[in-house]
Write a protein that binds this ligand. Structure first.
Ligand code: DSN
Length: 422
């Protein structure tokens, strides 16, 4: 090792060669440092994950799988992928892992391809109730190529209606049932979903993109023992690089691998596969487990703080990393709240609430998440402060002088929890 050298990212060279792009990198870092990042699907990766992403592994073509590549020179990247696969299986107790999908949506394309044919019926959560584009949106391949039957949440408690789910499964005999969502603050009863799948002979697919990091940190129950296949992104609570991953039972391993390559994509991004392996090692530590628990506590405190400001947490609160907030009591819609918060240094997103009377472009709600601020080291007291800042921003963030005052308070709070301090 001692006489080996390594070439890593050289920001000085980038600045000299391409100041236009370098300046955007700098100003984006400033934006991340000086504002509150409350998008539930975002996080701050570690410098080690960033180092692996920005490495020379990016140069290598590696179509195929370890030991069975279509290119020479894959001895080194093979090691990375084998290590990553083993770490994923060990962390999640999974029989098979595939780390190659470029993104969560790509991973989902592979899942459809492994288990279904165009025209097949798939049961999935409706988008307005928290589902994802790839769960059957009409503008997505899933809604165009498959017969998607959607289930939702009950109007009275805003929780998944498992009776409706079972009735729809019996009536429509889907090939596959998908559970998982992008804006559902409660836990999913995977045992119940498994029993419905068994009753109708459907493949059980869990899209765990949002909450897999909480599973990795042992803060919530795992879908892995129940599901045939679990797909997810690696960059949310899990705090890895941008990308996708799939876990499955051993009996589906060949179908999944074939669906990812050559079915869905060509060469994997080996620098990101390495970064996924790094993140999986980090997620197996007691420090990460403590982080995952704090993410949930913080989301609960933030939801409670917003409730104290007269807003309403959908389904009464949260059991995860995100809260969906009905803000109709403020007299401001989701779109305007999103803009006013943005103008005040608080990044979050407008979000439909279940049975929302407003269109998806306007909405009656906002979605807030705690993964990034918890990585910064913020705790319950800061969550209360953030709730106050959001409330002020929704009310006053449209007036420049008041927005400037909120921005300054946001910056002062963030300065106490510096992001990438070195
Ligand atoms: N776009 C992601 C989110 O924000 O939830 C889901 O993939």
């Amino acid at each position: 090792m001692s006489n080996q050298t390594y070439y890593g990212p050289d920001f000085g060279a980038l600045q000299a060669q391409d100041p236009e792009i370098a300046s955007v990198l700098l100003s984006e870092l400033e934006r991340q440092r000086n504002g509150l990042q409350l998008i539930a699907s975002e996080n701050f990766t570690s410098p080690s994950v960033l180092a692996a992403m920005g490495s020379t592994l990016s140069n290598k073509y590696a179509e195929g799988y370890p030991g069975k590549r279509y290119y020479g020179g894959c001895e080194e990247v093979d090691k990375v992928e084998v290590i990553g696969n083993e770490r994923a299986k060990s962390l999640f107790g999974a029989e098979h892992a595939n780390l190659q999908a470029h993104s969560g949506a790509s991973a989902n394309v592979a899942v459809y391809q492994a288990f279904t044919k165009p025209g097949d019926t798939v049961l999935a959560m409706s988008l307005p109730h928290g589902g994802h584009l790839t769960h059957g949106s009409k503008v997505n391949f899933s809604g165009k190529w498959f017969n998607i039957v959607s289930y939702g949440v009950r109007q009275d408690n805003e929780l998944i209606d498992y009776d409706e789910l079972r009735d729809l499964a019996i009536a429509n005999k889907p090939k596959m049932i998908c559970s998982g969502a992008t804006a559902y603050p409660s836990l999913i009863d995977f045992e119940k979903v498994r029993s419905i799948c068994d009753e109708v002979g459907a493949i059980m697919w869990v899209d765990a993109a949002h909450f897999i990091g909480l599973v990795a940190g042992k803060a919530i129950p795992s879908p892995v023992p129940y599901a045939d296949v679990v797909s997810f992104t690696t960059h949310k609570v899990l705090r890895g690089p941008r990308g996708g991953m799939i876990l499955s039972k051993a009996e589906h391993a060949a179908a999944i691998d074939k669906a990812v390559f050559p079915g869905m994509q060509g060469g994997p991004i080996m620098s990101n596969v390495a970064a996924k392996a790094v993140a999986l090692k980090e997620a197996a530590t007691p420090a990460y487990q403590s982080y995952a628990k704090k993410v949930i506590e913080n989301a609960q405190e933030l939801a409670a703080g917003l409730t104290d400001h007269g807003m309403r947490a959908v389904s009464g609160g949260t059991q995860t990393h995100l809260a969906l907030i009905d803000i109709r009591s403020t007299g401001v819609n989701g779109k305007v709240a999103d803009e006013r918060c943005g103008n005040s240094g608080i990044t979050l997103n407008k979000n439909s609430i279940p049975y929302d009377p407003e269109s998806p472009a306007v909405t009656s709600g906002i979605r807030v998440g705690s993964p990034a601020t918890t990585t910064q080291g913020m705790g319950k007291a800061e969550m209360r402060q953030i709730a106050d800042l959001i409330s002020r921003a929704i009310k006053d963030g449209g007036e420049e002088a008041k927005a400037a005052a909120i921005r300054s308070d946001v910056k002062a709070l963030c300065a106490k929890f510096p992001v990438y301090p070195n």
